[in-house]
Design a protein around this ligand. Structure first.
Ligand code: ADE
Length: 243
């Protein structure tokens, strides 16, 4: 069955955006996944097609109305199998590869893209939304975050990455960041490739890469490094996955 994404947005033109190109675009055309947009404004019910209002309690900005958002969610859910509803917001839990894997294993996802100050809390709760952030910075809307999340998902769908080894060795799958890569020329601008990589010794190469992965993880991501070490010795399955 096709993995199905629906974006609820005030800017449907932002989709498929970058996902119409490259790997994701080809997979979209091949029917490995589908992408629909629902224009949130079309679920407004007044003459002015109002989707937001001022916050109770005062303060800056506008809040998206729960009745309008709920109607958009209902319309998306009505299209086939029940899918998780993800609300993209800087307040959400950080997007991690483990959530991406979980989403890919299901029938698809509904993505709510917020604008303004946010969405009325009651509809977030009543619809059981999963709140997800793509990082500790504030975008002007959830659309680019939805594109990021979808990109991460789509590349894991069967047949999308082709020859690439289903991402088993890449960053976050082993619990470590990836080792550095080199290609020809062997010497470039006075910079040599680490000699072991030219040696043809597979075991030595693997050892070097492992050491480089560990060093770079320790240096750049003490949080991942700590988790990696906690999980050492445990079962070499889900528990060693950092994210
Ligand atoms: N909307 C605005 N900023 C965001 C972020 N960092 N992650 C997800 N959604 C957002």
């Amino acid at each position: 069955m096709t993995w199905k994404a629906t974006a609820l947005t005030l800017f449907p033109e932002m989709f498929p955006g970058s996902l119409g190109l490259s790997l994701a675009g080809r997979a979209l055309r091949e029917g490995r996944w589908s992408l629909d947009t629902l224009d949130i404004r079309s679920f407004a019910h007044d003459r002015h097609r109002t989707v937001d209002d001022t916050p109770f309690g005062g303060g800056a900005g506008m809040v998206m109305r729960p009745d309008v958002i709920d109607a958009a969610c209902a319309a998306a859910q009505a299209e086939g199998a029940e899918r998780p509803l993800v609300y993209l917001t800087p307040r959400g839990r950080p997007l991690q590869q483990s959530l991406v894997r979980d989403l890919v294993a299901g029938p698809g996802v509904i993505l709510l893209c917020g604008r303004y100050e946010g969405v009325d809390q009651r509809v977030i709760e009543s619809r059981g939304m999963i709140e997800v952030s793509i990082g500790d910075y504030v975008l002007s809307g959830g659309e680019p975050a939805a594109l990021v999340l979808l990109d991460a998902c789509v590349r894991l769908l069967p047949g999308v990455m082709g020859a690439v080894e289903s991402g088993e060795e890449e960053s976050f799958s082993t619990g470590l960041l990836e080792y550095p890569h080199y290609t020809r020329p062997a010497e470039w601008n006075g910079r040599a490739v680490p000699p072991v990589l030219l040696s043809g010794h597979h075991a030595e190469v693997a050892k070097w890469r492992r050491g480089a992965s560990e060093a770079i993880t320790r240096e750049r991501r003490p949080d991942l490094w700590a988790r990696f070490n906690e999980n050492k010795g445990g079962p070499a399955s889900a528990s060693t996955r950092p994210v």
